[in-house]
Design a protein around this ligand. Structure first.
Ligand code: 5GP
Length: 237
């Protein structure tokens, strides 16, 4: 597989073309951002940690029958993925109240959400990733009704698999964000799954072990990500 030009640089990952028009290389950088890119910092080892963490999770999800874009690890900070036609809608499931939900509704942080909630956001930094719904997504052509149903079903399937995985490592999967895309007419899970895009708390102490450590200036960000990985069996080498 030959690496070609950089096609796109996101806030934490860069995307490269390859000699195969249907495959891309994702490069996980050390860059970390929050508040829609308004706060940025490079955290040593983060690219490697998130790349290996994501590969481990994508493998688990594939094994559980959830189709993903992930193909294989290429290096400490790179992986090969299928080239998707990305749907600009972020799917968020919450098992416990935190973050945006607490801010928006004033509910107490940490209360259990039964059943878990499902929310949609438009992927648009300039507008601060505004909350949307199925009607808006269809009207503005961001996703079809069939695509939205499939994305919702897959997002909840991911919850079943990962809630258990993290519970086995004495952690609570508080919430997470997924992105999807289309490949050969099929909806596949795209982007990444890492502590950058989910909330994980220690089950006993409820200590935060995810990107909220960066957002809230708590320190020990990468150490926490590595601890999460160690508890679920990720090999960081
Ligand atoms: P909230 O709506 O509470 O800010 O976020 C809900 C969950 O989705 C959190 O786990 C958060 O990390 C994740 N999330 C929401 N939007 C984004 C985003 O634009 N980028 C990343 N990396 N994660 C996001």
């Amino acid at each position: 597989m030959e690496k070609r030009d950089e096609l796109y640089a996101g806030k934490a990952k860069s995307v490269y073309g390859t000699d195969d028009p249907n495959r891309l290389i994702l490069h996980f950088r050390d860059d970390t951002s929050a508040f829609d890119g308004k706060r940025k910092e490079a955290l040593e080892r983060k690219g490697m940690v998130n790349n290996k963490f994501n590969a481990f999770i994508m493998d688990k999800l594939q094994a559980a029958g959830i189709p993903t874009h992930f193909e294989k690890l290429l290096s400490d900070t790179e992986c090969l993925v299928k080239k998707l036609d990305m749907i600009p809608v972020e799917c968020v499931v919450r098992n416990l109240a935190a973050g945006g939900l607490v801010r928006r509704l004033g509910v107490e942080e940490g209360i259990e959400l039964v059943p878990p909630t499902f929310e949609l956001f438009l992927k648009n930094d300039e507008k601060g990733d505004p909350m949307i719904n199925e009607s808006l997504a269809q009207t503005f052509g961001w996703a079809t009704s069939d695509q939205l149903s499939r994305m919702k079903a897959l997002t909840f399937q991911v919850n079943d698999v990962l809630k258990q995985l993290f519970q086995d490592g004495d952690m609570l999967l508080v919430d997470y964000k997924l992105e999807f895309g289309v490949f050969d007419g099929e909806i596949l899970l795209g982007d990444e799954f890492s502590p950058d895009g989910c909330r994980l708390w220690d089950a006993k102490t409820r200590e935060k072990m995810d990107k909220d450590r960066f957002r809230q200036g708590l320190g020990g960000v990468i150490e926490a990500y590595e601890e999460v990985g160690r508890r679920i069996g990720v090999n960081f080498g």
